[in-house]
Ligand binder design. Structure first.
Ligand code: ADP
Ligand code: MG
Length: 237
């Protein structure tokens, strides 16, 4: 479904990505991990069209989507959340989700027809908060709403940048169950970035490990955690 090959991206003199690759099939949950500054968010920004890669290939269902821009990537079928919350604070929870859904309906009515906003609110337990301004909700609930909003575009690939950051243990367990059930219900491929390795290990079938802009290991969690390069990055030489 999603295939990203040898992405390069520099900011001035900083090489944020120097040969980053990853793939994600429909119905698969993959983890993207690595130390701070490894390039994980930059990678998501390139794949979702917020940044144009200097080199490399991004393909979704066989179509080359590198550099086409965030709106086009969204219409092509990739949705995301951000490491730092981006919600319309003055709009209600329902409106936040409806805006995303409407945008999708204009350009991809076929996909939008698979989404029912009321059902999404119910699935996320947000019915009782639906008319509240999004900015008035606790941080964890806003993050939760962001995922519902991403799903309102009926994506084929969902990318979550540190969704468990700032959540307590109960909330992150609930998030893990929600991610698995989203995958089961929609069949979309999901990429999760997080620093909570227990969380990542418990939900992902495959892991990709980045360090200094490069992919240093990938595979099943047990395989990846036995890799000396991964141990060196996480534990030290
Ligand atoms: P991660 O998400 O893995 O912590 P990032 O992708 O945020 O890493 O950052 C990778 C590197 O790229 C870092 O050195 C960071 O400072 C740099 N970087 C990221 N975004 C920008 C930007 N917009 N301008 C300049 N440097 C950036
Ligand atoms: Mg990041």
């Amino acid at each position: 479904m999603l295939s990203v090959t040898e992405i390069e991206k520099s900011f001035g003199g900083v090489r944020a990505l120097s040969g980053a690759s990853l793939d994600c099939a429909a119905g698969e949950i993959v983890g993207l991990i690595g130390p701070n500054g490894a390039g994980k968010s930059t990678f998501v920004n390139v794949v979702t069209g917020f940044l144009r890669p200097d080199a490399g290939r991004v393909s979704l269902g066989g179509r080359d989507i590198a550099g086409i821009g965030p709106q086009q990537v969204s219409h092509a079928g990739i949705a995301r959340t951000f490491q730092n919350l981006r919600v319309f604070r003055d709009l209600s929870v329902r409106q936040n989700i409806e805006v995303a859904h409407l945008r999708c309906r204009q350009l991809r009515p076929d996909r939008a027809a698979r989404v029912n906003v009321a059902a999404l609110l119910t699935e996320f337990g947000l019915e009782d908060l639906a008319e509240q301004p999004a900015g008035s909700l606790p941080y964890g609930t806003q993050r939760w709403m962001e995922i519902a909003r991403a799903l309102a575009t009926a994506p084929e690939i969902l990318m979550l940048d540190e969704p468990a950051a700032g959540l307590n243990d109960d909330e992150s367990a609930r998030l893990g169950r929600a991610i698995a059930s989203i995958r089961d219900r929609t069949g979309c491929g999901i990429l999760v970035i997080d620093h909570d390795l227990r969380f990542i290990n418990s939900i992902c079938g495959r892991l990709f490990v980045m360090d200094q802009g490069r992919l240093i290991a990938s595979g099943a969690p047990a395989e990846v955690w036995a890799d000396p390069r991964v141990i060196e990055v996480y534990v030290g030489p």
